[in-house]
Design a protein around this ligand. Structure first.
Ligand code: DUC
Ligand code: ZN
Ligand code: ZN
Length: 472
C-alpha cells in the first residue's frame, strides 16, 4: 500500500481552512496533521512513499459532479463522451466522483436498463461513479424497481415533465413515484419544464420558419420552467416526497424553490455552470448555426432578464444548494442534425472538466467564499446523494480523493483541443481561469500530476450510495 504525504498546503473543508499536512495510507486519509509532517517525533516526509508539496496551494476534497450523461442516447444519437473519456476529462478538472444517469426510456424495463448502464461503465471509469435512475413514463414495474434500486445504492430517481413519448411522465405518474419515494426514502430529481407548452411553441416557430438555434431558447420560456417547478413542488408537498430540481436556470424557478424551503419542504435546487456564465443573447444567438453548441435544456436564459446574477446570488444565500454540469456533450456533426430545425439539435453541453475551475471564479470575483466553493463542488453533492464521510471531506477515514489547487495558477480554455472531453469544440472556448488543478488523487492514487494523466480506465469503482443525508 502506498503512503503519501501532502505537505504545506491549506486544507479547505466547508467548515473552514487550516494549514495542515494530509497523510494518506493506501486508499484512505489517515490523518490531518499540523504542518511540519512530524508525528510522535518521526519526520513523516522521510518515511512515506511519496511527498506532494502543496505549499501556497489549496488542498480540497475531490469534486463530485452529481449530474452527468456519459454515452446517453439522445435525439437519435449518443452523448459523445464514453465512461472512459468522460471520467478521464473529469479527473483532469479535479472531479473524482460522478453520478451518472442510467436511462429507462418509455416502454423499456428499468432494471434491464440499469444493468445495461453497469455494463457500459464497468471497467471503463478512471474515477469513482454512482448512478441515479431515470424513470420515464412511470409504470407499476417502475415503482417496484425503485425499492430494488434503493437496495442497490441507487437512491435517487430523475423524472421528466418534458420530452413527450420519450422521457416524460404525466402528473399522475409523477405522483405515484413520489409516493414511493416518500415511503422508501429516495430523492426525486425533476426536469421541470412544461413539455406540452414547449412542444406547441416549437411547432409554431418551425412553421413560421424560425429554425435557428436561438429559437430553442425562445421555445422554452422561463414561465414554462417556473410553472413546472411549482407543479413539482405541489406534488412533492402533497406526497411528502423530497424533491431536487435539476438544472435550474430561471430566477422565477429559484423563487419557487426558496418559497418551498421557507415553507419547510425538503426541496433542493441545482444550477449548472452554463447558467452562471453563458446567455441566450451571446451564445445561443451567435451567428449562423454556431449557437447549436449551446443548445441544452433548460435553455440558456436572457441576460437582459437578469437570471444569471440571480443564480450567483442564490448560490451564496443557499436558495440553490448545488452546481452540477449536466454534462451531455455532442460533436459538431451531431449538432448538425438540427441544421434547418433547432428542435432536432441534440440537447447538451460538455463541462465536466471545467466545473471546479469555473466555480472557483466565483471565489476570485468575491461572489462566494472559499469554503462555499468547496461546499458546492464536493461537500453538498456528497451529502445530498448519500456519500458524505467516504466522499466530500478531508478527514481521517475518508477516501483519499484529493485535489491540490493552485490559486496562483492559470488555465486557458483555448482554441482547439485544450480539453480532454470527446468533443471537437468547447462550449467554454476563450475562458481564462484564475486557478489551476495541479494534482488529483483518486482513492490514494495520483491520477493527474504536473500536466500528465497517470490514471487508468477501470480504476474507478461503483459507489453504492446511502439515502440522502439531508433527509435524516
Ligand atoms: N438536458 C440536456 O441539455 N441534455 C440532456 C437531457 C437534459 O435534460
Ligand atoms: Zn434534464
Ligand atoms: Zn441532465
Amino acid at each position: 500500500m502506498t503512503t503519501t504525504l501532502i505537505t504545506g498546503g491549506t486544507v479547505v473543508n466547508s467548515t473552514g481552512r487550516v494549514l495542515a499536512d494530509v497523510l494518506i495510507d493506501g486508499e484512505q486519509i489517515a490523518a490531518i496533521l499540523p504542518p511540519g509532517s512530524v508525528l510522535l517525533g518521526t519526520d513523516l516526509s522521510a518515511s512515506v512513499d511519496q511527498v506532494i508539496d502543496a505549499t501556497g496551494k489549496y488542498v480540497i476534497p475531490g469534486g463530485i459532479d452529481a449530474h452527468t450523461h456519459m454515452e446517453m442516447p439522445f435525439g437519435g444519437t449518443f452523448a459523445s463522451d464514453t465512461f472512459e473519456t468522460g471520467t478521464t476529462a473529469a479527473a483532469w478538472g479535479g472531479t473524482t466522483t460522478i453520478v451518472d444517469f442510467a436511462v429507462q426510456y418509455a416502454g423499456e424495463d428499468p432494471l434491464t436498463q440499469y444493468e445495461a448502464w453497469h455494463a457500459k461503465a464497468a471497467g471503463k471509469c478512471a474515477i469513482d461513479y454512482g448512478f441515479h435512475q431515470i424513470l420515464s413514463d412511470v409504470q407499476p414495474a417502475s415503482l417496484q424497481a425503485m425499492d430494488e434500486l434503493v437496495a442497490e445504492g441507487v437512491t435517487s430517481f430523475k423524472l421528466f415533465m418534458a420530452y413527450k413519448n420519450v422521457l416524460l411522465s404525466e402528473d399522475g405518474q409523477i405522483l405515484t413515484a413520489m409516493q414511493k419515494a416518500a415511503d422508501n426514502g429516495a430523492l426525486i430529481m425533476m426536469h421541470a419544464e412544461n413539455g406540452s407548452w414547449i412542444d406547441t411553441v416549437v411547432q409554431q416557430l418551425v412553421a413560421d420558419g424560425k429554425t435557428d438555434p436561438l429559437y430553442h431558447g425562445i421555445s422554452r420560456p422561463w414561465q414554462a420552467e417556473e410553472e413546472a417547478t411549482h407543479r413539482a413542488i405541489m406534488l412533492a408537498d402533497y406526497t411528502k416526497a423530497p424533491l431536487y430540481v435539476v438544472h435550474v436556470s430561471a430566477k422565477q424557478a429559484v423563487a419557487q424553490i426558496a418559497a418551498a424551503r421557507d415553507n419547510g419542504q425538503n426541496v433542493f435546487g441545482e444550477t449548472c455552470p452554463q447558467y452562471l456564465y453563458l446567455t441566450l443573447e451571446d451564445q445561443l444567438g451567435a451567428p449562423g448555426f454556431e449557437g447549436a453548441k449551446w443548445v441544452c435544456s433548460t435553455p440558456l436564459r436572457s441576460k437582459a432578464e437578469g437570471h444569471q446574477d440571480h443564480m450567483w446570488q442564490a448560490l451564496r444565500t443557499n436558495d440553490l444548494q448545488l452546481v452540477s454540469t449536466d454534462h451531455c456533450p455532442f460533436c459538431m456533426n451531431q449538432k448538425q442534425m438540427g441544421l434547418g430545425d433547432f428542435s432536432k439539435i441534440p440537447n447538451g453541453i460538455g463541462s465536466v472538466e471545467h466545473r471546479v475551475d469555473l466555480l472557483y471564479q466565483g471565489v476570485v470575483t468575491g461572489q462566494i467564499s472559499l469554503e462555499r466553493w468547496v461546499e458546492l463542488i464536493a461537500v453538498t453533492p456528497a451529502r445530498m446523494f448519500g456519500m458524505y464521510g467516504t466522499k466530500g471531506v478531508l478527514a481521517p477515514g475518508a477516501d483519499a480523493d484529493v485535489v491540490v489547487y493552485d490559486p496562483n495558477g492559470h488555465t486557458s480554455i483555448g482554441l482547439g483541443k485544450t480539453h480532454h472531453m470527446n468533443m471537437d469544440y468547447s462550449a467554454w472556448e476563450g475562458f481564462e481561469i484564475d486557478g489551476h488543478v495541479d494534482t488529483v488523487l483518486s482513492r490514494g492514487s495520483v491520477v493527474v500530476d504536473g500536466g500528465q494523466f497517470l490514471g487508468r480506465a477501470g480504476h474507478g469503482r461503483f459507489v453504492k450510495r446511502d439515502l440522502s443525508q439531508y433527509l435524516v
